[in-house]
Design a protein around this ligand. Sequence first.
Ligand code: V47
Length: 364
Amino acid sequence: MNQILLSNCEDAILEIYQKIENNQRISSEDALILFTKADLASLSYVSNFVRERINGKELYFVRNFHIEPSNRCIHNCRFCSFSERVSGMGWTYSFDDMIDIVTNLKEDIRELHIVGAVNPNYSIEFNGRLLSKIKEIRPNIHIKAFTAVELDYMISASKMTLIEGLEFLKKSGLDSIPGGGAEIFNSEIRKKICSSKTDSKRWIEIHRNAHQKGIPSNVTMLYGFFETYNDRIDHMNQIRELQDETHGFNAFIPLKFKNKNNEFSNVNEISVVEEMKNYAISRLFFDNIQHLKVYWPMTGIDNARFSLHYGVDDFDGTIDDSTKIYEMAGSQKNPELSSEQIRKIASEEGFIAVERDALYNIVD
Ligand code: V47
């Protein structure tokens, strides 16, 4: 690493950067020092150094599409702007509604992301039939579906064990699991923001079992409201430990709390500086998760571009205006980017966009 660029850093920070250069794992204590003391310029430089060591100059993206089957939910997460309870606008797609969407999907879509509310109308049998039918219509599409919270509900409501439920869904066509529902693992905060839903122990158990059954997944962290840096680090540490065990996570996705139209609208959103710091430290902390994703429909395109200089190598996908979760929380309306637009963004920022499939195999 370039010592001149780091010459303003204090010794404790330089020692951590030295560890990183030598490919040594940083500790939770190191992460806390970075969160509290490191400057943004050095974090950008070092996280980009690590990003290039792991992923070169590549910026990954996939042609994807979301289906959000319903926003009628048994849970009452206080940060949620999506639920009918707060938006006043509810929907529940039927089996045929969803099959119509799939039938009309553009030919080039490679990944279908299905997540929504925990709605008792959708049993595991319903979802199994849905997955099978989708595969019948589009055998080559990758289905990334159901957060651990949705899986927890549908499997617990059936007579199946967790393993039987996961095996059943995999056989029906489930290829991977998205990273939602992790929120922040600290149980006191969970009580405050989403008291009724799957706790962190169960969330981890579901992802562990999925990985063991050959179903990879992603993992998110909802941050930027009441949590401390130690809460974020504890969350990341639990993920890092699970990844050491299973190697099943493809990407880490930090999700900054958005405050529009939810019960926490009085809580200020964190600054873009804090957001970039969080991307950089995530990149430095996760020596065992290959990809760091920016979810641009949530951050907005400008901040997503910015994050490319803080360790991010994955731009999610083209989306095709198919998600409402973040629009309803105050983010960009009608999110959609063409692959040409993503290529242009990458090249303007000094990276090379590469189209991937859902499992990060390069397809162009
Ligand atoms: O679990 C909800 C978050 C998640 C708000 O796996 C909010 O590739 C901030 O998990 N402010 C769902 N965040 C979305 C998700 C996801 C998105 C993109 C890609 C992938 C992937 C997964 O959204 C929820 C929750 O943590 N969320 N409301 C809000 N107001």
